[in-house]
Unconditional design. Structure first.
Length: 286
């Protein structure tokens, strides 16, 4: 009789333990707005979660992460003068590309062009970096693809330096994350990537300099969150790529890289911000 009573007492406990064990082994099903997601714990050097992480997708201006990295590895003096290329400037204006605010023919510095490419995602800054360093965009793109091979980014190929939609121009969420992991070891890259605002060198065209603001932090101003911090980031948007984000965040003393590609993009004036919602939701769950 005592054994039966003991069994009745133990059954609920065993049942609860079994349920908890099953829950622990069952992965949480998460729905994303983005086509691909990759989350990486930079502090502990390990993958946290992924979704379609190896799918080849257009990555829009996340391209400029590689543009800036290759530029930094090629420039000896960031304070050296570097003119804004007039021809590419005029082309980008016609294509309605994102711009940093420089004028065609304006002489600024490599440092200014780097911040112009990263923070406001300036196409004229990216193209001018390439032309000043390699003599042409095509030759600079060769350096980008060479770097991609060196980093074993098997699902990445570049056709341009500014991220405009073009056949054969693609990457994956995991490749972008691994590229960013490598790039953040560069002190200058990290400083640029995590900067919220910047004012360029004073020039005749811009006596007070060109004011630039990170597109990531500009969009985050519309959101409230706590328990974590977004330290830096790069955004990208085109018709084919959709809304893309690559961010560096901090939570509980650890740094995380989060890359989202291909969130829906229909109205430029009223974007759905799927990439932001994905990023914030991921950070809340970490």
């Amino acid at each position: 009789m005592k054994r039966k009573n003991l069994l009745y007492l133990l059954l609920p406990i065993l049942l609860v333990a079994l349920i908890l064990a099953v829950r622990k082994q069952t992965k949480e099903v998460v729905e994303y707005n983005s086509k691909a997601v990759y989350v990486y714990n930079l502090t502990d050097d390990k993958e946290i979660t992924s979704y379609n992480e190896n799918e080849k997708l257009p990555m829009a201006s996340l391209t400029k992460i590689m543009t800036c990295l290759v530029s930094l590895e090629s420039i000896d003096d960031l304070g050296a003068f570097a003119p804004v290329d007039t021809e590419s400037y005029q082309r980008l204006v016609k294509e309605n590309a994102s711009m940093a605010g420089f004028f065609g023919g304006e002489t600024t510095t490599y440092r200014d062009l780097l911040y112009g490419a990263m923070l406001p995602s300036g196409g004229e800054a990216s193209d001018s970096l390439a032309i000043n360093i390699s003599g042409s965009i095509l030759e600079f793109v060769e350096l980008m693809n060479k770097k991609a091979q060196e980093l074993d980014l098997k699902n990445t190929h570049f056709q341009n330096v500014d991220g405009m939609d073009e056949p054969g121009h693609y990457s994956s969420a995991k490749d972008i994350a691994m590229l960013l992991k490598y790039a953040l070891d560069d002190v200058d890259f990290r400083a640029i990537f995590t900067k919220k605002e910047y004012v360029s060198t004073h020039t005749a065209d811009h006596p007070e300099g060109v004011y630039m603001q990170s597109t990531v932090f500009r969009h985050l101003a519309d959101y409230t969150y706590e328990g974590f911090e977004i330290i830096g980031g790069k955004s990208g948007t085109t018709d084919k790529a959709g809304l893309c984000w690559a961010t560096l965040s901090s939570k509980n003393g650890k740094e995380y890289i989060i890359v989202t590609l291909g969130a829906p993009y229909e109205d430029i004036d009223n974007p759905d911000d799927g990439q932001i919602k994905d990023t914030l939701n991921i950070l809340e769950r970490l």
